[in-house]
Every structure is written in structure tokens, then in C-alpha cells.
Design a protein around this ligand. Structure first.
Ligand code: NAD
Ligand code: TYD
Length: 335
């Protein structure tokens, strides 16, 4: 099977590339990534010479560039990980979120139709459902109610996928996962930001009262779910993915400090994020029952492993945090 992976130089995409090349010897991958501020080929350096892997630097919203990629490679499937992903950035600059997450998805959908791909997997997020009160969970039937420009752009992409299934008969599935953690996550997101700040004895900025809840899943468990959705998901269906592992942000930050042996005095409460979703929680019984998926990571072990990975890979996050990739972004990626 020949698969187009978009956004494979990012956090989840690079973990997925490693996962597939290790576990499935009959699969070859082409990774299309624009290498924005969070796309980092260092994440893939150990497999860059693998004959089953090829990298193309391109913007998924550039239809001419995508036409070339699809013409040159006979793909069986596309998995669309590429996105602008940080809620805070979407609040200060929504335009690029629409460019990549909406128009980029539409270009890929058109190419998938034109070149007769057998399967399109859209990597979405539980954030399209909005925010929950203290109780309740998101099911696949929960109405979409996105609250940030990020989640609104992801919901728009999901709607486009739905439209292409119904209008043109595209074979596609949408996965909606909860918050991921693990190796190679860009240290603007909660867990890697808190670990790296604590390692540098810098303040840990907790938004608002720290009582917002997220449902955390190890990235490898997400990758296995995506693989199952690719191969066994029913076209036109949505699959929620989550670990039933809810944590208040403050409790999670304290747990990280405990693992690192750092003082809680590093915690600094800061102004809340505008429109901050209070709670996410996922009902993943559909993918568990239909595709026999279940999470394998115990959270305590996964967190400890992620902390150890961060300590071992100090050069990686120091380069990322120093903005080396951000200046690259400014030079290379003009829209
Ligand atoms: P990330 O920000 O780490 O990586 C995104 C990747 O996409 C980067 O390599 C970037 O260079 C690339 N990219 C951005 N714009 C592009 C463009 N126009 N063309 C080509 N490549 C482009 O993101 P992530 O956390 O790995 O998320 C991957 C996907 O999973 C996203 O679609 C996201 O919405 C979804 N998701 C993420 C989480 C999470 O917790 N991180 C949870 C659920 C769903
Ligand atoms: P984040 O990792 O940005 O993911 P998302 O907003 O997509 O869920 O944030 C996770 C939670 O942590 C969210 O409730 C916002 C909060 N947060 C902080 O309190 N401080 C921070 O510095 C960041 C980045 C996030």
C-alpha cells in the first residue's frame, strides 16, 4: 500500500510515520509537509534513508504542487494530519488556520477524487464538539459547536469531507481524538511546555483557575487507532478516539512537577485564554466495539516516559524553543 501522509514532520504525523514503517513492511509512505514553525525533519532523521519513505516539501493548499505529487505517485490512500493546531495562535491569527485546515483539506479532497484514491482519512479533533460542563461525554452524535478559530476550521474540514462522501461518493473516514502527549510534541502545547519550562526552572503558566479538564491519550495509541480507521473504518463514519483519562490542568502540572522533582512554586496563574473550553471528555465506545481498538498506555508510565524522552532529547527542544524553526518558517513559508 502506498500512502500519502500530510503533516508528517509534525508531532502526531512523525509518530505515525515511525509507527507504520516499523509495524508494516508492505507499506510505503510519501510525506508532504510545508515545514511551518512546528514541522521538523529532525523528528524523522532516523528513517530519512528508508527506501519506503519519501519527503516532499509543499503546502497542501497549493493545488499545483499537490497535482504534481499525486501525478508522480500512485497513492492508495491519504491521511491528512497537516494543520495549524494551536488554539492560542488561532486566536491571534485565524487566517492561516482557514488556509491550511479548510482550503488545504479541500485541495486534498479534490485530488483524492481526481486520482481515484481508495481511502481518505481526515484527522480531526474532539474540539469540534465544543465544551462540556462537569458531566457528560462527546459521542459521534454530539452536535458540532466549535468555540475557537482552530476548532471552527477543523469542523469546517469535517463538513467538507462529509460533503465529498455524500456528493461525489468519496471513500473517507474522520477521526476525532482527544489531547495527545508523547515524544516530538512542539513545546507550545501544555505538557511539553510545562516539562521544558520546569527543566529550565522557568514559571509554568497555568491559564485561569487551572480547573479546565482535558482527556489525555498517548500519541502511539492515537496512531494505532488511525491505522485501524484507515484499514477497517466504514466510509462516511466518524470515530471518536480517547483514553477516558480526564485531568484538571492544575493537577496534571503538579504531577509533572512531582515526576521532575521540581517545586510547585514554579506554577504561575496567568490570564485565561479567551473562550477557553472548560472540559473535554470522549466516549470512544464506537471505535472500541467496531474496530477493536483500546488504549495500551497507562498514563503514569506514559507521562514518565515522556519526561524521560524530553530529558534525553534536550538538544531537540532547546533548538525548537530557541526559535530556530520559527525563523526558518518566516523565510521559507510566505503566504
Ligand atoms: P503539529 O502542529 O505538531 O504538526 C502539524 C504539521 O503540519 C507540521 O509538520 C506542519 O509543518 C504541517 N503543516 C502545517 N501547515 C501545512 C500546510 N499548509 N501544508 C503542509 N503541511 C503543513 O500538529 P499535531 O499535534 O501533530 O496534529 C496533527 C493533526 O492531529 C492535526 O490535524 C490536529 O488537528 C490533529 N489533532 C491533534 C491533537 C493533539 O493533541 N495534538 C489532538 C487531536 C487531533
Ligand atoms: P493545549 O495543549 O494548548 O491544548 P488544547 O487547548 O488544544 O486543549 O492546552 C491544554 C490545556 O492547557 C488547555 O486547557 C489550556 C491549558 N494551558 C495552560 O493552562 N497553559 C499553557 O501555557 C498552555 C499552552 C495551555
Amino acid at each position: 500500500m502506498n500512502i500519502l501522509i500530510t503533516g508528517g514532520a509534525g508531532f502526531i504525523g512523525s509518530n505515525f510515520v515511525h509507527f507504520v514503517l516499523k509495524a508494516h513492511s508492505d507499506v510505503s509512505l510519501v510525506n508532504v509537509d510545508a515545514l511551518t514553525y512546528c514541522g521538523n525533519l529532525e523528528n524523522l532523521s532516523v528513517i530519512e534513508d528508508d527506501p519506503r519513505y519519501k519527503f516532499v516539501k509543499a503546502d497542501i493548499a497549493d493545488s499545483e504542487a499537490m497535482e504534481e505529487v499525486f501525478k508522480e505517485n500512485k497513492f492508495d490512500a491519504v491521511i491528512n494530519f497537516a494543520a495549524e493546531t494551536h488554539v492560542d495562535r488561532s486566536i491571534t491569527g485565524p487566517a492561516i488556520f482557514l488556509h491550511t485546515n479548510v482550503f488545504g483539506t479541500q485541495v486534498l479532497l479534490d485530488m483524492a477524487m481526481k486520482y481515484g484514491l481508495k481511502r481518505f482519512v481526515q484527522i480531526s479533533t474532539d474540539e469540534v464538539y465544543g465544551s462540556l460542563p462537569e458531566t457528560g461525554v462527546f459521542t459521534e452524535e454530539t452536535p458540532l459547536a466549535p468555540n475557537s478559530p482552530y476548532s471552527a476550521s477543523k469542523a469546517s474540514a469535517d463538513m467538507l469531507v462529509r460533503a465529498y462522501v455524500h456528493t461525489y461518493g468519496l471513500n473517507a473516514v474522520v477521526t476525532r481524538c482527544s489531547n495527545n502527549y508523547g515524544p516530538y510534541q512542539f513545546p507550545e502545547k501544555l505538557i511539553p511546555l510545562m516539562i521544558t519550562n520546569a527543566l529550565e526552572d522557568q514559571p509554568l503558566p497555568v491559564y485561569g483557575d487551572g480547573m479546565n479538564v482535558r482527556d489525555w491519550l498517548h500519541v502511539e495509541d492515537h496512531c494505532r487507532a488511525v491505522w485501524l480507521a484507515l484499514n477497517k473504518g466504514r466510509s462516511g463514519e466518524i470515530y471518536n478516539i480517547g483514553g477516558s483519562n480526564e485531568w484538571h490542568n492544575l493537577a496534571l502540572v503538579k504531577e509533572l512537577l512531582n515526576i521532575l522533582g521540581k517545586p510547585e512554586s514554579l506554577i504561575t496563574f496567568v490570564k485565561d485564554r479567551p473562550g477557553h473550553d472548560r472540559r473535554y471528555a470522549i466516549d470512544s465506545s464506537k471505535i472500541r466495539n467496531e474496530l477493536a481498538w483500546k488504549p495500551t498506555f497507562n498514563f503514569a508510565d506514559g507521562l514518565r516516559q515522556t519526561v524521560e524522552w524530553t530529558i534525553t532529547n534536550e538538544n531537540w527542544w532547546r533548538r525548537v524553543k530557541s526559535g530556530e524553526y520559527q525563523s526558518y518558517y518566516k523565510e521559507q513559508y510566505e503566504l
